[in-house]
Structure formats: structure tokens, C-alpha cells
Design a protein around this ligand. Structure first.
Ligand SMILES: O=P(O)(O)OC[C@@H](O)[C@@H](O)c1c[nH]c2ccccc12
Length: 252
């Protein structure tokens, strides 16, 4: 039994040293928009890999530590999306600090409703912050402008055509996140995402399709419709090798 305790202590000591090192990181992640544009100019769809341990539907995976995930998907992903929401998604800000050492753009993925959270994203060194239009309503653009002033690139998320058009008519330069998951009933419809992309393509600067992307077939459909990037969480957490195939999807 003693040897078991010693093994665990060795493991946790090593992991804790790495975590403390990450806590001391003061780097800032590079810009997300530029990285996506660069990937597209090379002829490929950009992959944003999300570190997502759980969701309101339940636990996804707890046996993959952030280093294992970022090591596996980092060589293929254009950027990372990192959950910091601790209750339903088992996220944490420390995952952003850990990701900084990979030198890739980072999206602070949370239910941001306040300037404090925008400042949190900035202080952690994130590139971008998620702002959900349906959650923020009239306070969306005040918070988006504040984020931009803090040097962050907002990703404004919508799940319907009307909101998508509102966003690009107000500021076509922000990243537009099209969520195929209806955040009210959590239903997924790739068809809905495709029809929204069809309405805004050519008028939005960057379109990031989010949610329910199971593999290359889904990514291809979204790329062919006009998405610049796909944001994938569950499918990658379950099969990190998918990152290579997803990184080889072409855009036109
Ligand atoms: O696990 P999926 O189906 O690949 O979805 C990833 C991402 O789109 C999803 O986690 C998400 C999209 N918008 C959000 C807002 C808050 C929390 C999470 C999300």
C-alpha cells in the first residue's frame, strides 16, 4: 500500500510543480482573428480545440489533464477555447494559464456578464472572450467595446439569423460565433447553423461554427457553406486524434 501512496505523491508533486509554473506565467496569447485568417490563407479551415471536461448534459472526460489535451491537439489546432465556468463545465482559469505556454490564441469561454470577467480574461492573458448575445441583450455592445478597449477580440455568439444579422450590421469586424446548440433547450441543429452561415457569409469578417461537430463530414459542410473556423469540444475530448483530420479540411 505504501508504494501506492508514494506513486501518487510522485505524480501529484510533478503535476503541482507544473501548475505552479503555469500560475507564474505572465505571457499573453496571440490574436485569434489573425491566426484564423492566416490558416484560411493557407487554404484550410481553422480548428479551435476546446478543453471541456463536462457540460449541463453531464461529465465528458475527467481523465485528461490539460497538458495531455493541449499536447495532443496543439499541433493541429489554430487556437484553443477554454472553459472557465466551474459548476456545469468543471472549468477553471488555471487551464488558461497552462495553455499560455503553447503560444496559441486562447478564447476565454464562460458566461461573461460583467466587466470583471472581461478583466479576468485579460489578466489571464487570453486573446478573446465569449459574449453571448441572447444572455447579454442590450448590454452586449457596451461589454464588447470594453473588451476591445482591453485589447481582447470578442467572439459574439448567436443561434439564430436575426441575431446574426444584428451583430454584423452593428460591427462586421468582430468574430461571429454561430452556435448550432440552442442555449435554451440545448437542442443541436447543424442545419440551422448552415442556414445562418448562408445568410451572413461574405458580410461577416470571421465566422466560427460552434457545437455538435462530430467529425470531418460536419466540418466539411460548414467550411463549404462559408465558415472560417470550427470550434470543437466534446468530439475532441473523446478522440484527440480527430484534431489532425479536422485540421486538414479545406476552405475555398
Ligand atoms: O462540445 P461541442 O458540442 O463540440 O461544443 C463546443 C462548444 O461549442 C460549446 O461548449 C459551447 C458553445 N457555446 C458555449 C457557451 C458556453 C459554454 C459552452 C459553449
Amino acid at each position: 500500500m505504501a508504494s501506492k501512496a508514494v506513486d501518487f505523491l510522485d505524480v501529484i508533486n510533478g503535476l503541482t510543480r507544473k501548475r505552479v509554473e503555469a500560475m507564474r506565467a505572465s505571457a499573453r496569447a496571440p490574436g485569434m482573428i489573425k491566426a484564423i485568417e492566416q490558416r484560411n490563407s493557407e487554404g484550410y479551415l481553422a480548428l479551435i480545440a476546446e478543453y471541456k471536461r463536462a457540460s449541463p448534459s453531464g461529465v465528458i472526460r475527467l481523465d485528461i489533464d490539460p497538458w495531455t489535451y493541449f499536447n495532443a491537439v496543439g499541433q493541429y489546432a489554430t487556437g484553443f477555447s477554454i472553459l472557465t465556468e466551474p459548476i456545469y463545465f468543471l472549468g477553471s482559469p488555471i487551464f488558461i494559464k497552462i495553455a499560455l505556454s503553447y503560444g496559441k490564441p486562447i478564447l476565454y469561454k464562460d458566461f461573461v456578464i460583467s466587466r470583471e470577467q472581461v478583466m479576468d480574461a485579460r489578466e489571464l492573458g487570453a486573446s478573446s472572450v465569449l459574449l453571448i448575445k441572447r444572455l447579454l441583450g442590450d448590454s452586449l455592445w457596451e461589454l464588447a467595446d470594453y473588451a476591445i478597449k482591453q485589447g481582447l477580440e470578442p467572439l459574439i455568439e448567436v443561434d439564430n439569423e436575426k441575431d446574426a444579422l444584428d451583430v454584423i450590421n452593428t460591427n462586421p469586424n468582430v468574430m461571429l460565433g454561430i452556435n448550432s446548440r440552442d442555449l435554451n433547450d440545448l437542442s443541436i441543429s447543424l442545419g440551422r447553423a448552415l442556414s445562418i452561415i448562408r445568410v451572413v457569409r461574405g458580410r461577416a469578417n470571421i465566422i466560427i461554427a460552434e457545437s455538435g461537430i462530430k467529425g470531418v463530414e460536419d466540418a466539411l459542410k460548414l467550411a463549404n457553406e462559408g465558415a472560417n473556423a470550427v470550434l470543437v469540444g466534446t468530439a475532441l475530448m473523446r478522440n484527440m486524434n480527430l484534431s489532425r483530420e479536422l485540421s486538414e479540411v479545406r476552405v475555398h
